[in-house]
Design a protein around this ligand. Structure first.
Ligand code: NAI
Ligand code: 15L
Length: 271
């Protein structure tokens, strides 16, 4: 049966806030978790305030849910020590809680930065396939690479299914020329998470997470195979962004790779 009760970790964050608004329309009953207080709207359930380091709290949080959408973690570059605790150990703790409580499906927020040092397609180059070798561009990207391996391991060893979504940039609008290629509209994000929650027999499936952008860099076929049908295209923002910022020049090291500026000058998590 399709999952109904879903634990959403990272519910206070940017993507968590967008998905809290959009996923209930698909019939999900969300349980919210974050280490910081979640400012819930009227009608939303009170959130669980817990750190991914708190095994007992995680076990209680996952008890009885049909699936987990795992967004919590450090979402930009940070020190290795902080990434280790939040993203590597934290994701392990969540999978252990899922195993102990019998949760069978997880949607893992991976990132394009797991393959950030992949040269971006230029001109007529083919789209980047989903089985391109991983080339993390940061400790952050390295933690997403670990998360994908962890997901594979929990499928092979414990039969817990995961869809790892290598999200591009999910924000209300694209704000850079690079984002024209990797943008995922919030509406498409919800469509993709819904497909990842409901597609049968996913085992561990890795997909790119973006809209059907005209300037797309990667192959969406593994996402489409789950039933994902993107409805949006960033192209409507192209003229304005290119007028403001100029086209990506091929000799600019910041734009030579899929991960863009994360390869050279990654934005740091503020906490
Ligand atoms: P965000 O930084 O706005 O939100 C992350 C949330 O996780 C925060 O509310 C934070 O309090 C919580 N969190 C951090 N460490 C935690 C811990 N140890 N225990 C419990 N909660 C903790 O990030 P955003 O943009 O909402 O991204 C959500 C997820 O999606 C992240 O895992 C990020 O790496 C991933 N992602 C997001 C992309 C995007 O375009 N927004 C692109 C690629 C990946
Ligand atoms: C990510 O992984 C970050 O979490 C998000 O904030 C964006 O910076 C995104 O990648 C991106 O590549 O634009």
């Amino acid at each position: 049966p399709a999952p109904r009760t879903v634990l959403l970790t990272g519910a206070a964050g940017g993507l968590g806030t967008l998905m809290r608004g959009l996923l209930p329309a698909y019939g999900y009953e969300l349980r919210l978790l974050d280490m910081v207080a979640v400012e819930t709207a009227e009608g939303e359930p009170a959130a669980i305030k817990a750190d991914l380091a708190d095994r007992a709290a995680l076990r209680e949080a996952v008890r009885g849910v049909d699936a987990i959408v795992h967004l919590a973690g450090i979402s930009l570059e940070s020190t290795f020590e902080k990434i280790l605790k939040a993203n590597i150990e934290g994701t392990y703790h969540l999978y252990e809680a899922a195993r102990e409580e019998g949760v069978r499906r997880i949607v893992f927020a991976s990132s394009n930065h797991a393959i950030g040092f992949t040269p971006r397609p230029q001109g007529e180059d083919p789209l980047i396939p989903i089985d391109a070798p991983r080339r993390p561009d940061t400790f952050y990207g390295l933690s997403k690479s670990f998360g994908e391996d962890l997901a594979q391991f929990y499928w092979d060893k414990h039969g817990i299914e995961t869809v790892s979504v290598r999200i591009g940039s999910c924000f209300m609008e694209p704000t850079s020329v690079r984002m024209l290629s990797v943008w995922m509209s919030p509406g498409d994000g919800a469509r993709l998470f819904h497909a990842a929650l409901t597609a049968p027999d996913v085992g561990h499936t890795v997909v790119y997470g973006s809209s059907a952008n005209t300037r797309l860099w990667w192959d969406l076929s593994s996402a489409r195979a789950l039933g994902y049908e993107p409805q949006d295209d960033s192209e409507q923002y192209a003229e304005k962004l290119i007028a403001e910022q100029g086209e990506l020049s091929e000799d600019n090291p910041d734009h030579a790779y899929l991960g863009g500026h994360f390869c050279t000058n990654p934005p740091m998590w503020p906490h």
